[in-house]
Design a protein around this ligand. Structure first.
Ligand code: HAM
Length: 421
């Protein structure tokens, strides 16, 4: 039987790790620079949590969740995103009792049963950043700055920041009615998906990707013209902060995002040249969500960014990540007695903090040297029977193939300090 990785999943092989490390380590560094603390939430949660928070009529809940009955007949779902789980933790673990706002980030896999293509997978990885407990637009700006700074630190240049406001329960219903009325005369021109959206979730009419639907959406009434005073002031403030920072962004009236929990600010970051799935980041404010999952009414905002799409963009822009550390020393030996000495030497090296490996397969010296080369070791320490007898070790510096014999007692310090001649 030949098994294959499930459709829409992939392996992150050793040679892929440099990119992954660069992105995750940069994310941690930037988040901590802004004072964000790491949180980790379960990979699966009760299905109801996502139905309630993401929204019953969203694509995710309708057709993309990995849902199963556990052995206790409880409905569970592999997380399709992090925001719901983090809000559940905030309510359940009473994180509102801590100094607010609470600035959090997390990194891990999420699962959506989507049609796989470049940049779209069924298991994918997200960086997720959330601030809970503040309604100030300066926090909206800060969250966007975290995203900016991560991309900048990773080295990505050509990104486009898209911003919009989706209003709140006070002003959105009026806008949705206006939108519905406007579309009522245009139902013939829209696709079958949009016909369904018209009934169930009219806001999503605005972000259909089909050409004909887009042309209609472009002409549709704009939510910006229907915002209540509070939402308008909030959006104006955010835009003035963005202007002060001098970073380019675009107000995109068709940006609504595919979750029901958003209120006020929504934003996305797009990368050109990575194909149809060009959103590297999406986020927004969700002031009603924590209250909805059992916590006190708490305003919050956050974003998530797909690591695969960040890496695609890096590759597109020719950004080389720093290399992954390799073992500094390869230990080669010839003969049984030397092998015992090599085992002890390798362990002494590691105890001294020097990365060390060996073949342990009793191969020829030539085969062992080839392996040392392949692994990119800086030094090979060679022990034969003569070296054991004389209490010495041969040190070979791989860069220039120079060799020197040093007393066994000095070998670890010599390679650690790079002082081998
Ligand atoms: P989202 O827009 O669904 O938002 O996902 C955020 C990002 O995750 C996308 O921009 C994309 O980079 C990546 N992504 C989503 N689906 C896939 C997929 N199937 N394959 C590869 N990458 C994917 C959220 O998840 C919200 N929870 C964001 C948020 C946090 N809003 C507030 N706080």
């Amino acid at each position: 039987m030949n098994y294959r990785a499930p459709r829409g999943t992939y392996d992150i092989l050793p040679e892929d790790q440099a990119h992954w490390r660069h992105v995750t380590e940069t994310t941690r560094r930037v988040c901590e620079l802004f004072g964000y603390e790491q949180i980790d939430v379960p990979v699966f949660e009760q299905t109801g949590l996502f139905e309630r928070s993401v929204g019953e009529s969203t694509d995710i809940v309708e057709k993309e969740m990995y849902t199963f009955l556990d052995r206790n007949e409880e409905r569970m779902t592999l997380r399709p995103e992090f925001t719901a789980g983090i809000c559940r933790a905030y309510a359940e673990r009473k994180l509102h009792g801590r100094p607010q706002p609470l600035r959090l980030f997390t990194i891990g896999p999420a699962f959506r049963y989507e049609r796989p293509q470049a940049g779209r997978y069924r298991q994918f990885y997200q960086i997720d950043v959330e601030v809970l407990g503040s309604q100030d637009p300066a926090i909206d700006l800060e969250v966007m700055q975290v995203a900016w700074q991560i991309y900048e630190a990773v080295g990505i240049k050509n990104l486009s920041f898209q911003v919009n406001s989706t209003g709140c329960p006070v002003c959105r219903p009026g806008y949705v009615e206006k939108l519905r009325a406007w579309y009522a005369d245009r139902l013939d021109g829209i696709c079958a998906d949009c016909a369904r959206r018209y009934e169930q979730n009219p806001l999503r009419l605005l972000d259909c990707k089909k050409e004909a639907c887009r042309a209609i959406a472009d002409e549709a009434p704009r939510i910006a013209d229907s915002l209540c005073d509070e939402c308008r002031t909030h959006f104006d403030r955010l835009r003035s902060y963005l202007d002060d920072l001098g970073r380019p962004y675009e107000v995109n009236h068709r940006l609504v995002r595919g979750f029901d929990y958003y209120t006020k600010t929504v934003f996305e970051v797009w990368a050109e040249g990575i194909g149809a799935q060009n959103a590297v980041c999406g986020g927004g404010r969700y002031d009603g969500l924590i209250g909805m999952v059992g916590g006190p009414e708490t305003p919050a905002i956050g974003f998530a960014s797909g690591i695969e799409r960040i890496i695609l963009t890096m590759k597109q822009e020719g950004i080389e990540p720093p290399g992954v550390p390799k073992p500094r020393v390869f230990v080669a030996y010839l003969g049984a007695e030397a092998k015992s000495a090599a085992v002890v030497l390798a362990q002494e090296l590691r105890a001294a903090g020097v990365g060390a490996t060996a073949l342990w397969e009793d191969r020829s010296l030539k085969a062992q040297m080839r392996q040392a080369d392949r692994l990119g070791a800086a030094y090979t320490l060679i022990i034969g029977e003569e070296e054991v007898r004389n209490g010495v070790v041969m040190i070979r510096r791989m860069a220039d193939s120079t060799q020197a014999s040093v007393p066994r007692s000095e070998a670890v310090a010599a390679v650690k300090e790079g002082n081998t001649q």
